[in-house]
Design a protein around this ligand. Structure first.
Ligand code: PLP
Length: 285
């Protein structure tokens, strides 16, 4: 089946979809992005993802190139043209094309907008969720503003590959004080031996995940509380349960951390229930 991508106002066959060599996204990672889950052909939590995109652009001082409503139309069109029922849609906005120079182009140039979509392997994802995944920890060597969803992901790329090389599914970043920040592409949660659910508070050291926010709503509806604080790797090793959250994995149980078995080594009841309930609370449009 042919694939299509959106590039600056045009829906193009995938092989013809290109950005300029002097796009600032390519040269400086001077770009932001969003990833939304697509389920039943509908966008999940579009409103929240576009609000976060707006915030990222604002922090980077890139003007919002079109209204969230118009961006929503583009995303839906890319999903429809690629006939995605279950998958993801990716949106990237860079500061635009200009002669290579660190300073912002003056006068400013039009931002570059790119959107793509692809299917996800549902059977594989469900199989992974049924068994749970392994994570390995590594020093968090990212910049100090990872709350901005910029495409500057080199530390995440290297961490993910190091995790795969060690037979794991995901990397957990650990700050200089031995506290877990988040995964290479997901937020990290634990349930302590006495039943407290903990995830790091949303400061500049984590991306404020949309899935994380929806999980908070599921918990609230169930009368459960979450403690937002940094937790140590030692607490994670001793946890009863652990899991990660992201738009493409939803709630993914973690069953080993650095080779330490978490709880009884199987997906726990909290993660399982959150995964089951998630889409009753997420917005589909
Ligand atoms: N943290 C990082 C570093 C990520 O890259 C992601 C998603 O890509 C997340 C957390 C989870 O965010 P969301 O739930 O919005 O997908």
């Amino acid at each position: 089946m042919s694939r299509f991508a959106y590039v600056n106002g045009r829906y193009l066959p995938f092989r013809d979809a290109r950005v300029h060599v002097e796009d600032r996204g390519c040269q400086f990672s001077d770009a932001v992005y969003e990833v939304c889950e697509v389920r039943g052909g509908r966008l999940i939590d579009e409103r929240r993802h576009l609000a976060r995109l707006n915030r990222s652009l604002d922090q980077m001082r890139i003007p919002m190139p079109m209204s969230p409503r118009a961006l929503g139309v583009v995303l839906r069109e890319v999903v429809a043209k690629n006939r995605i029922r279950y998958g993801l849609v990716y949106l990237q906005i860079s500061r635009g094309v200009a002669r290579r120079d660190l300073a912002f182009p003056s006068p400013s140039v039009a931002p570059t907008i790119v959107a793509t979509a692809r299917p996800l392997n549902r059977v594989r994802n469900e199989a992974l969720a049924a068994t749970g995944v392994a994570v390995v920890s590594m020093p968090d060597n990212r910049w100090g503003r990872v709350d901005i969803k910029s495409v500057g992901l080199l530390p995440n790329v290297l961490a993910r590959q190091a995790a795969i090389d060690r037979g794991a599914h995901e990397a957990w970043f650990v700050d200089s004080e031995g506290r877990v920040t988040e995964g290479a592409s997901a937020n990290a949660f634990i349930v302590t031996a006495d039943g407290n659910l903990i995830t790091r508070h949303a400061d500049h050291a984590i991306l404020q995940g949309i899935t994380r926010a929806v999980v908070f709503e599921v918990l609230k509806a169930q009368g459960l509380t979450v403690e937002e604080r940094a937790f140590t790797l030692a607490e994670a090793y001793a946890a009863r349960e652990a899991f990660v959250t992201s738009a493409t994995q939803i709630v993914m149980p973690v069953v080993t951390i650095d080779g330490h078995t978490v709880g009884d080594g199987k997906p726990g009841p909290v993660a399982t229930a959150l995964r089951r309930e998630f889409h009753r609370f997420a917005e589909a449009a």
